[in-house]
Design a protein. Structure first.
Length: 259
């Protein structure tokens, strides 16, 4: 082998060819991912858009290769064994017999989107994410956001997820002349504001408030920009939700993105 251990001391068994060594840790993980077959690579890339933690139901929903969806569990077990991801321990089910059905349903809704799996570390996640094209990331973020809207109950956790993914739809525009759909901007501002309102005085609320303000500053001028900025500020101060005051615009209207 390359390393020899003798009497508790390690030494090189032969001279290393430094040309074949990764220059950085990121390069090392890139090399490891390159060694995988196409399907496990695709799973890592798609899962990276969901985030550090992901569940198989959402992964199956957004996975682009229909004929491979039934094999996801097999590939995930392989990736866990190869230490790209880890399988998280499932929480014990609530065994209280007197729990109301509505509460049981709400608990299930909260658990959707919670991670059954997690990336082994942030470097693997970043390397996998960077392998996707801008347009691929944008489409996946939008699909994830729409899934969360349909499947999660309304609370601050849902709003933080939606704010993140809708914001990424905007930021991942890519290209020389990227575009933004106004309804995506509106939803992003709405969910940021709702998160801030529900988590007031927290560090996370301050961070998201700043993100919303920065988004408004960087957006090019358009008809509703000033109005939405006012609504955003008012909502954070305790005003009415943005989406109830402004009907969501269709995706047929686009903005030139100068971000």
């Amino acid at each position: 082998g390359v390393i020899i251990v003798n009497n508790g001391k390690a030494s090189l068994g032969r001279k290393l060819n430094t040309d074949q060594l990764p220059s950085t840790v990121q390069d090392m993980f890139n090399s490891r991912i390159d060694s995988l077959e196409a399907s496990p690579q695709m799973i890592l890339k798609v899962a990276s858009v969901i985030g550090p933690e992901f569940d198989i139901e959402l992964l199956r929903h957004i996975y682009p290769i229909e004929e491979e969806k039934q094999q996801l569990k097999v590939f995930l077990r392989f990736l866990a064994k190869a230490e790209f991801i880890v399988a998280k321990e499932k929480k014990e089910k609530d065994k209280e017999n007197d729990k109301e059905k509505d509460n049981e349903k709400e608990t299930k809704e909260h658990e959707k989107g919670k991670g059954e799996y997690a990336f082994k570390n942030e470097i693997i996640l970043k390397v996998a994410y960077d392998r996707l094209l801008f347009i691929q990331r944008k489409k996946l973020h939008l699909t994830i956001a729409e899934y969360y809207e349909a499947h999660l109950v309304d609370d601050y956790w849902k709003y933080s997820k939606l704010a993140h993914h809708y914001l990424q739809v905007i930021l991942e525009g890519g290209g020389e002349n990227p575009t933004i759909e106004p309804y995506v901007v509106q939803k992003t501002l709405h969910y940021i504001a709702e998160f801030v309102v529900q988590t007031q005085h927290s560090m996370e609320a301050s961070v998201w408030k700043e993100k919303g303000e920065q988004l408004l500053e960087k957006l090019p001028d358009f008809e509703q920009k000033k109005e939405w900025a006012t609504l955003f500020t008012r909502r954070i101060a305790g005003g009415r939700p943005i989406l109830f005051l402004n009907p969501i615009m269709t995706g047929s209207h686009i903005l030139r993105n100068s971000l």
